[in-house]
Design a protein around this ligand. Structure first.
Ligand code: PRX
Length: 583
């Protein structure tokens, strides 16, 4: 029997207190996410249960019980609060590979009352700088492997008071850097976790939009209710599960469902910190008897490419539930998974950094229509809005903008220091309303920036994004960020970055550039530009193709017509050029 039982039934009986009842949480209990993911699980008698099974490159491995998680996160919390003097609400960046300290420190930062700002460890110095500057980050926790990137930008980050290295050789540190190895430090049995109220800030995730640099979506401790309930009902997590979320906590899936949701339920998580190799992934599933697996379409398509033989070489009989997020899950991938994993199909889920928790899902027990994202989570009012009038579309199959009535607990509270951009995500009468009033208004829609249609049975079908943001392998990259970096390359005069179709990653980045006088197109130059972006931004942002042009198409006011260039890549009808002009 699945946790959710009947989806239809919950549409009728849903109330805002259900999550609390499902977690057996009583008013007056401490609501700090860090505490709820560790201390509370121990207080309920599960301190000896495994919280984290970890494997890294080579044969590195480790295991932590919930009691270990409690004590070691206390260690981080005490270090952050007492040794560094980081105050409540200050941002602490966690910049490391998927090593145990990432998970332990995330819980510790929240216990200390600071805001966790996880950033993808493959980010180059420029991606890092933009996000640390925007958040006014006070402290960064990193490793010897990545600290060089921090050193490069430190001078330009006046707010960054502490650089802490949590793994590596302490003798290799610069003078102002601190070394803190939580496992070598004295165990901290007791820590007085920050008494968060529901609206206390918890996690900030940077996400890319179509214009401007990435924006910091600010979340609060109250998000735990949405995250735990969806983990319970959609991922169907039960106390004896071994659950693997393949996402990196530098992205929202890796925190909402790679840390918070499952640990709030006291579930064992398995983490594999090594690159993608199909046989390695299957061996990991087999060795740890993973029962529930949350992954992404690009990974699933990559597994499909490796074929069925390698699946059959492994005993995956423990697997019982599969789910996916981040990009459209094509029908073939659903059908393939059902075939090779013994009748278990990947269940697509749709949500965003801003929503903080799953919004449209396929539920255990509800028939899957392969290729559809499913239906809105109980308690969530979803719609697709007419592209022009912004009225909810009533006609089945008609394409519109995916929108939700605001106000669920995990919804982001603001884009950090960018209230105007936050406001622009709502349609309806927004004037004169505070950010909190927008979030709790029952006459407004929060618009996701994606297009979909709803069929006669209420299933949502993804159509595409409503903007130029590039989704590569389930990771959003902003064209503006790439273009800004491209024109820093000495050879480039002007640049546009667009997504082009890719059979595995859905989209990859393509750059279209003009060159400065004295530079000629060449294979070497192409490589030099690619490497430049890989190093300064990230491997995800690196263009897979560079097209050299004499000039770029522009609007009358001189702005590059990126949408026109994008339409060309997708073979779309570019129609009347004036409709493609950006404001
Ligand atoms: O465009 C949609 C796509 O990913 C975007 C959100 O990306 P991000 O904020 O990085 O969060 C990713 C994981 C929660 C969405 O606006 N997206 C996410 N899930 C799906 C999807 N597109 C199609 N189908 C999905 N299931």
């Amino acid at each position: 029997m699945s946790n959710i039982g009947s989806y239809e039934h919950h549409l009728e009986d849903f109330d805002s207190e259900i999550a609390k009842r499902e977690l057996d949480w009583k008013e007056g209990e401490l609501l700090n996410i860090g505490h709820m993911c560790s201390d509370r699980i121990c207080q309920r008698g599960h301190g000896d249960r495994t919280a984290l099974i970890w494997e890294g490159f080579g044969d590195k491995s480790a295991r932590y019980t919930f009691n270990d998680l409690r004590v070691l996160s206390n260690g981080f919390a005490k270090f952050i609060r007492d040794d560094l003097g980081v105050g409540v609400g200050e941002r602490v960046c966690i910049f490391m590979d998927k090593i145990p300290s990432l998970y332990l420190s995330f819980v510790g930062v929240l216990k200390a009352g600071a805001v966790a700002q996880p950033l993808f460890s493959a980010f180059g110095d420029e991606s890092l700088e933009v996000r640390l500057k925007s958040a006014g980050t006070t402290a960064i926790l990193t490793t010897q492997k990545h600290v060089k990137k921090v050193r490069k930008i430190l001078d330009r980050l006046p707010d960054l008071r502490h650089v802490v290295v949590v793994e590596g050789n302490p003798d290799k540190l610069k003078e102002a850097e601190r070394f803190f190895d939580v496992e070598a430090a004295p165990r901290v049995e007791e820590f007085d976790s920050f008494r968060a109220d529901p609206e206390s800030r918890s996690v900030i995730h940077y996400t890319s939009g179509t214009t401007g640099q990435p924006k910091g979506a600010q979340h609060v401790h109250n998000s735990i209710w949405s995250q735990a309930l969806t983990a319970k009902w959609v991922l169907d997590l039960k106390e004896d599960d071994v659950y693997w979320c393949t996402a990196d906590p530098g992205w929202v899936t890796g925190t909402s469902y790679g840390i918070i949701g499952p640990w709030a339920l006291g579930v064992t998580q398995a983490v594999l910190d090594s690159g993608f190799i199909a046989a390695r992934w299957y061996r990991f599933l087999q060795d740890h008897k993973v029962t529930v697996w949350y992954s992404a379409p690009t990974a699933i398509r990559s597994l499909m490419r490796e074929g069925e033989e390698v699946v059959r070489e492994h005993d995956l009989s423990a697997l019982r539930h599969l789910a996916s997020v981040g990009e459209p899950l094509n029908a073939e991938a659903v059908i393939w998974s059902e075939k090779v994993f013994d009748g278990k199909a990947f269940h697509d889920t749709f949500w965003q950094t801003e929503t903080g928790s799953m919004m449209i899902c396929n539920y255990p027990g509800m028939p899957i229509k392969p290729g559809s994202m499913g239906k809105p989570f109980p308690g969530i009012t979803g719609a697709v809005l007419d592209l022009k009038t912004h009225e909810p579309v009533t006609e089945p199959g008609k394409v519109g903008l995916i929108a939700f009535r605001p106000g669920w607990p995990a919804m982001f509270r603001i884009y950090w220091n960018q209230e105007d951009v936050y406001r622009s995500k709502f349609v309806g009468q927004t004037d004169g309303r505070t950010p909190d009033e927008l979030r709790t208004a029952d006459d407004l829609w929060y618009v996701s920036g994606d297009r979909a249609s709803i069929d006669k049975d209420g299933y949502y079908w993804f159509v595409g994004r409503d903007d130029d943001v590039i989704n590569t392998g389930g990771h959003l990259v902003g064209p503006f960020e790439i273009e800004s970096a491209l024109i820093e390359h000495e050879a480039i005069a002007e640049a546009a970055a667009v997504g082009k179709p890719d059979p595995v990653n859905m989209e990859v980045v393509k750059a279209i550039v003009t060159l400065n006088p004295g530079y000629e197109p060449s294979g070497d130059l192409e490589l030099s530009i690619m490497n430049f972006i890989r190093k300064t931004l990230s491997p995800l942002a690196m263009p897979q193709e560079i097209e050299f042009k004499d000039k770029l198409p522009k609007t009358r006011s001189g702005k590059i017509l990126r949408r026109y260039l994008r339409a060309l890549e997708w073979g779309e009808d570019v129609g009347d050029l004036s409709t493609l002009e950006e404001d």
